[in-house]
Design a protein around this ligand. Structure first.
Ligand code: MN3
Length: 201
């Protein structure tokens, strides 16, 4: 069994003006599709074939560049599309409480997450992760690495991820990565993030 590029639950133009349709289409049909195909090629006929993407990443041999880059790319983009919505649900309940407990306030969380995203040098991702017991942490990773991988970043389970590769924003925002980060906060579906939180804590 091989991995499949997930369909989005919304149309490419539905996140505008925050994320433009052309960027969404290229990002999904070229970049994410490319990582998916290369991941399948890299695991074909190996013991990794048939494992879940989480198992593959958590037990990854970090010297296996093809699986590290493409497995990370596959997983990271699946989470990214999933946590965005044209009709986002507001933050509430247990996750809101956990954000307050871990960061003092939503604003302080937003500042920390935005800083992680803005200061990740070159290509990479910013993450909100949960540790066993429910403590939340913000971190960032280079390239297509993510916190599930051994020895990478904050070692929690990602429940929210932001792609800060230039391919994610350059057509619309050029070098203004901070504007893109701000815009992302308009399309985060906190109801979905809360489900990831519930499953991972
Ligand atoms: Mn990307």
């Amino acid at each position: 069994m091989s991995f499949e590029l997930p369909q989005l639950s919304y149309s490419y133009d539905s996140l505008e003006p925050h994320i433009d349709a052309r960027t969404m289409e290229i990002h999904h049909t070229k970049h994410h599709a490319g990582y998916t195909a290369k991941l399948n090629a890299a695991i074909a006929g190996t013991p990794l074939e048939g494992q879940s993407i989480e198992d593959i990443l958590q037990n990854l041999d970090m010297s296996n560049g093809a699986v590290r880059n493409n497995g990370g790319g596959f997983y990271n983009h699946c989470l990214f599309w999933n946590v965005m919505s044209p009709n986002p649900t507001a933050l509430s309940g247990e996750l809101a409480e956990a954000i307050h407990n871990s960061f003092n306030s939503f604003d302080e969380f937003k500042t920390a997450f935005s800083a992680a995203a803005a200061t990740q040098f070159g290509s990479g991702w910013a993450w909100l992760c949960v540790h066993k017991g429910g403590r939340l942490e913000v971190c960032s990773t280079a390239n297509q690495d993510n916190p599930l991988m051994p020895g990478v970043a904050c070692d929690g389970t990602p429940i929210l991820g932001l792609d800060v590769w230039e391919h994610a924003y350059y057509l619309n925002y050029q070098n203004r990565r901070p504007d893109y980060i701000d815009a992302f906060f308009n399309v985060i579906d906190w109801g979905i993030v809360a489900k990831h939180f519930e499953a991972a804590k």
